[in-house]
Design a protein around this ligand. Structure first.
Ligand code: ZN
Length: 595
């Protein structure tokens, strides 16, 4: 007890001294910048739990702290240095006309005018959405850009958002420039038209206006990282690992507005722009586990960085692995927006650091626009590739909100959902995938697809509701094996079959039209108790002599329609047979391989 008191006294004395000294530090600005020497990665991890780590380079951590965080940090005993905030004045634009030269920073009022000016200049392509207000009542504005922008069309939603750290202002100007570019080039550029016509694009240039205009609405050089409550917004989101409130703070108005917007929409991809480094940082930030689409993340991050390399002097965007990094490999954070969007909203969001200097001199803004312009468009385009389609009710055509899972691939919430328009978008790396579609009260369907990078695999998915369509013939009361398509084929073809719904008593089977000896005979399937009972299913391929040459399916499957791709690349031309066995059902059909 005595020992404990002594320690407490020492700590308190130390704190009192420091508190006096450092109270001054926090008097004018609620945040300080610290430089801390570290030995290894676990130091960084430890510090990241206390401070807002901004950068890790050459055994040195640069971090921000509010007063509470700073006191916590003092107890760790690390050596540190307080870095004075560098204030460099930059040119401000006081009119929309001046702002449109893109070589200055708009005043807050000019920013708001500029946004609404986009809407009034392009009323059919752009509307301004006010997602809410900041702590100090500034607006969190989005430019929504699409053809038929006042309608929710069956198109993927895409989002860019910048400057949630108020002092990282490069992306703020570049996003305003991008809005102008998309609108003013819609008529002349087919590339722009393709994006605007086929997506719903949301651009939020300034996610932390109180931070950026901390020094008043007429300047951005007294900006700060945190919001007006001295909270780092990029540590304020729910975290996949640490759950709600990983920073111990309540959700800030800026965070709440972003979460509400993300819940009410279905963003397929997004990026979150920052500054202080030059790198594309892809998920996850919170844990060492890799994203289910790690290969796709490396591919799109590489594409982004490489496109900047092609349009900039050497040395730009070359931090870490030549301009890309896994988030956790760089430094871990909890409560970041990127992981929130990926884990809780099933979106693909990365963090892009646009410039080593946080608030670029005004005469470098246009250069950085040119470095990144093509990358901005390339990254957006990726939301149109991969597996795309519409899910609807097979009988009524009504669009369905369905869950879409890549079997044996998805984990950590990487599945996606179609929205109320039935539209879904599942960017994924080159490969062959089994895609499962599920909606409440509908029979699950799986489809096998092939995907190539930079290409779209389109699926019109019709799900069967066993109750709605009981009188119609497309209820799978019967097992069936359909004719393969295409046929003849070379070298791949699709085979579709139906596993019957066991709710139906006395399943009558159909016979195929093949001449083979394995034709089905009439029989009755036993009544099974639950709709989700799985049955043993096998689908095998035989050559003309009856020799088995491939097994495409051999597993338990629940009722539904299944489609499997058969690749006969290694087989010679000729007649082949495929046989489906499920419960007591056996059916064989013929197909022709022509090389
Ligand atoms: Zn940042």
């Amino acid at each position: 007890m005595k020992f404990f008191t002594v320690i407490l006294v020492v700590l308190l004395t130390q704190y009192n001294l420091l508190a006096q000294d450092f109270h001054k530090l926090f008097e004018k600005r609620g945040e300080v910048i610290l430089k801390i020497k570290v030995e290894n990665k676990s130091d960084v991890q430890r510090l990241s739990k206390i401070l807002s780590v901004d950068k890790v380079k050459d055994g040195e951590v640069v971090a921000y702290a509010n007063e509470k965080e700073f006191f916590k940090f003092l107890q760790t005993g690390y050596d540190y240095e307080v870095v004075p905030k560098k204030i460099t004045k930059v040119k401000m634009a006081h009119s929309v006309k001046d702002a449109l030269d893109w070589d200055s920073y708009p005043t807050y009022e000019t920013y708001v005018q500029l946004m609404y000016n986009f809407e009034s200049s392009y009323p059919n392509l752009c509307r301004i959405y006010d997602a809410g207000t900041s702590v100090q009542g500034r607006h969190l504005l989005f430019a929504v850009i699409s053809d038929n922008v006042h309608q929710r069309e069956p198109e993927p939603q895409f989002m860019y958002t910048s400057t949630m750290h108020g002092d990282e202002t490069t992306g703020y100007i570049l996003m305003l420039h991008l809005i102008d570019y998309l609108l003013s080039n819609y008529r002349s550029s087919s590339e722009v038209r393709n994006l605007v016509n086929n997506m719903e694009i949301w651009i939020n240039p300034l996610a932390n206006p109180d931070g950026t205009y901390h020094g008043g609405n007429d300047n951005v050089w007294n900006s700060m990282r945190y919001n007006a409550n001295w909270v780092d917004l990029n540590r304020n989101f729910p975290d996949p690992e640490d759950g709600p409130h990983p920073d111990g703070e309540s959700y800030q108005p800026e965070t709440q507005a972003m979460m509400t917007l993300a819940e009410n929409n279905n963003f397929v991809m997004s990026a979150n722009f920052h500054g202080g480094a030059e790198v594309v940082n892809y998920p996850w930030d919170t844990w060492i586990r890799r994203h289910a689409d790690d290969n796709w993340w490396q591919f799109v991050s590489r594409e982004y960085a490489d496109s900047t390399h092609a349009h900039s002097p050497s040395g730009y965007m070359t931090d870490l692995n030549d301009g890309i990094t896994n988030g956790y490999d760089w430094y871990t954070i909890a409560g970041g927006r990127q992981d929130y969007m990926n884990y809780f909203r099933h979106c693909r969001e990365c963090t892009i650091e646009l410039s080593s200097i946080k608030t670029l001199p005004e005469d470098e803004l246009l250069d950085h626009w040119e470095y990144n312009r093509v990358s901005f468009l390339h990254y957006m385009k990726q939301a149109l590739y991969g597996i795309q389609g519409i899910v609807s009710d097979s009988a009524t055509g009504r669009h369905l909100a369905a869950k879409i899972t890549i079997v044996g691939h998805d984990h950590d919430s990487s599945q996606v959902y179609s929205d109320t328009t039935g539209r879904f978008s599942r960017p994924i790396y080159t490969g062959t995938y089994t895609v499962k579609f599920e909606a409440p009260n509908y029979i699950t369907k799986t489809i096998e697809v092939e995907v190539n990078n930079f290409e779209t695999t389109w699926l019109d998915v019709k799900l069967v509701n066993p109750n709605d369509v009981a009188d119609e013939n497309n209820l799978p009361t019967e097992f069936s094996l359909k004719q393969n398509y295409p046929n003849p084929f070379n070298p791949t073809t699709n085979i579709t079959y139906v596993i019957a719904n066991p709710d139906v008593i006395g399943v009558k089977q159909s016979t195929g039209n093949s001449a083979n000896t394995n034709n089905a005979t009439d029989c009755h399937a036993p009544l099974r108790s639950a709709r989700n009972d799985a049955v043993n299913v096998s689908l095998k391929i035989y050559d003309a002599l009856g020799r088995e040459v491939a097994t495409l399916v051999n597993e338990k499957q629940t009722p539904g329609e299944y489609s499997v791709r058969f690749n006969a690349r290694k087989l010679p031309s000729g007649v082949y047979f495929y046989t489906l066995r499920a419960e007591n059902f056996v059916q064989t059909r013929k197909m022709i391989l022509m090389k």
